[in-house]
Design a protein. Structure first.
Length: 140
């Protein structure tokens, strides 16, 4: 049951909210508690940080309340696997399936580039027809 009361308050400094955790009673901080051996809970809490980063935070005591134990990557987090697309969408092809130019195009859109082109373009469109011929177009 939620009572819709404010538990934490902190001023916004640049893009970070600073919260004084010492002024809050420990019974209100149950959402910040973790068992001593749950490294994956800390991984999720800290925005799916890598185990190497968590190890460094723990070893150098850079995060208040982070337990000091060995962070080991023993499996891949489902959210990280989906977010980082570790699985290939298509199987690699062993043979070339094109026989003529312009049968297969690879197109990349890059931008916004910091320096405008001579005609004011801020984006670059690169088209490759897999025959060592590229078209480069500047787009506004």
């Amino acid at each position: 049951m939620h009572n819709k009361s404010t538990v934490l308050y902190g001023p916004r400094i640049d893009n970070i909210y600073a919260v004084n955790m010492d002024s809050i009673s420990s019974n209100k901080l149950s959402c910040f508690k973790a068992s001593l051996d749950d490294t994956w809970l800390w991984h999720r809490r800290l925005g799916h940080a890598s185990m190497h980063t968590l190890e460094k935070l723990s070893k150098l005591d850079l995060a208040h309340g982070l337990p000091s134990y060995k962070f080991e990557k023993d499996h891949i987090c489902d959210a990280c696997a989906k977010g980082k697309q570790v699985h290939s969408s298509f199987k690699p092809k062993k043979c070339i399936s094109t026989s003529r130019p312009l049968e297969l195009l690879h197109i990349d859109l890059c931008g916004q580039i910091p320096v405008r082109s001579l005609k004011g373009g801020l984006y670059i469109l690169v088209t490759n027809d897999c025959a060592c011929f590229n078209w480069v177009s500047f787009l506004k």
